[in-house]
Design a protein around this ligand. Sequence first.
Ligand code: ADP
Ligand code: ZN
Ligand code: ZN
Length: 659
Amino acid sequence: MLAVEVAIPRPLYSLYTYTWGLPDPPVPGDCVQVSFHHKEVTGVVTRVLEEAPEGFKLKPVLRKIDEGFRVPKETLSLSLWSAEYFSAPPGEAMAAAIAPKLSSWKGKRKKLKAPKLVDPDLNPLNTEQQAAMQKITHEWLKPDARPVLLHGVTGSGKTEVYLHLARAALDQGQSVLVLVPEIALTPQLRERFERALGTQVDLWHSAVADGQRQNQWLWANEGTTRVIVGARSAVFAPLKNLGLIVVDEEHDGSYKQAERFRYQARDLAFVRASQSKAQLILGSATPSMETWMKAEEGRVLLATLKQRHKGAELPEIEIVTLKKDDGIARGEVLLSKQVVREVTDALARGEQAIFYLNRRGFAHYITCMPCGWVKECGACSVSMTVYRRRGALQCHQCGREERISEVCGECGSTELGTVGCGTEALEDQLPKIFKEAKIVRLDRDVMTSHTRLEEALELFRSGQANVLVGTQMVVKGHDFPKVTRVVVTHADSLFRWPDFRAEERAVQTLLQVSGRAGRAELRGKVLIQTLCPDHPVLQVATGQRTWEAWAKDELLLRKEASYPPFLRMLRMRVFDATLEAATISLERLRDRLQEELPNVELLGPSPSLIDKVENKYRVDLYLKTASVADLMKSSHWLAAAAESMKIEFALDVDPHSVV
Ligand code: ADP
Ligand code: ZN
Ligand code: ZN
């Protein structure tokens, strides 16, 4: 009797065998319903066995789901490859490759008429863009074409180049995949692509409703959809005859999934491109050190755009040193007199301003003046964030909420104060400082839905609001021509972070924030407030040092300190009821692994930066090695050993951060 191996969407490292008694023969990639621990689940056939193994009592596959949902060979092997490399349970990796919620599939297939290619409305490329385009197409035509890094300053028209390349692929009858970070933030992107390419473009991200995502999956798989713009998960989109993959803002941290199946979509794009013989384009103004090293070594071809389109000038960037007396009042937002003056003038001229502050809430925490007690979450080892408007404290780890404390938990004093300020405080205080300000705030606390996000962006775009306040969300990809002042209210929080990538990320954020100013005729200015004006990161932001010079030094430092991209890392995190228990398990794993693989470097175990979340303690072990083979052996060994010891753990291969 025939049997099949099935990947089950559960955090388990095994594949499961079922007998196959259905009339049609099984094919790898088939989505099937099977019974697993007395529940019906949807799994994917990874392998067909001619003979059911003997001596086991096997259950049969119950039902096959519509053949239209069969995972194509390419993405099936991509997801198996990534389960292997990122040491993820195969079923969880497979879940990324199948259409969502297949068990709720109603069998109603919306037919999509193949969209006709109409005349594209492409902007003609400028001279510099043409040169980049030529360099890329020249490479693309080679049989062993290398991936290309399009390194272009913000506003240089990288997107215009992507569009020309995409149109070239479509004209060849090929399909196109464009990955962008935080796609939900850029609702206008689709129109730009559809208009320019003259064909339908599907958006691919988790905020799209399940029914629509199922249909989009079918259209891509049957070859009707030919252009997808999506978030990281789109790297698994079942597009047919893929000719071009673009990874925009390739350095962006959101390409790495931080939970469950911890894959890096930019890195998977390399694998997918080489499997499909598609051309890969990575775009960024501030490439990751990983990609930059490949470009320096010639494994990735470098194409550069140095100027903004039509000579739109890069904004002037000024470092503003904060002084104690700059505070409007104690405990409130620190704004320098210069910022106040310049933003007031800009608003009076009818221009707009953006305030970037990477902290949500009103204040970072609440503290007791006499004794220094800090209010922490009862379940996590972090202080609780103050939300003054709704009178609440919230834990950003577990989401727990409480009323704002009125007495000290240590000495009983009622003299409590708040420390630090977040976007809610800015939103409250800016109207008091700027009489003409009409404020709109953009952060995860207010943007609870897609509609609210679009409304907020529209308020600002239409000019009904003239000040945009927000976190990382304001940094990404927006194009607001009337913005002439961008204020980074507290740059220090960007580089004070115990992570070897802290500086890389600070540079990326500062240059990206700066890119929001003066994108049209109006010259913009960026004001970066800081307490340490001499920090090297700020010299890159102001242009005193080129990004390339900074990158060269950064790579040297990484090499000396043995960090990626010169080595690979993985993090093994163990969770337990006490720090001691977690540490002991991890020490045992470390010692046995070190015997197994004496060449890998093991660091730890030590408590995570946030060592308790929801009453579970977390301890980390880091591994460094130059050998991919050793990396994979280690992660597989750790997963198997931890699973057999019944330890709760999370493995992160190539972790994006080490905190
Ligand atoms: P990037 O992706 O590099 O940040 P964009 O592609 O968004 O840059 O371009 C920045 C701005 O310049 C956009 O408003 C874009 O429409 C405009 N632009 C860039 N190149 C051209 C071009 N060749 N023709 C017309 N407009 C262009
Ligand atoms: Zn908590
Ligand atoms: Zn106290």
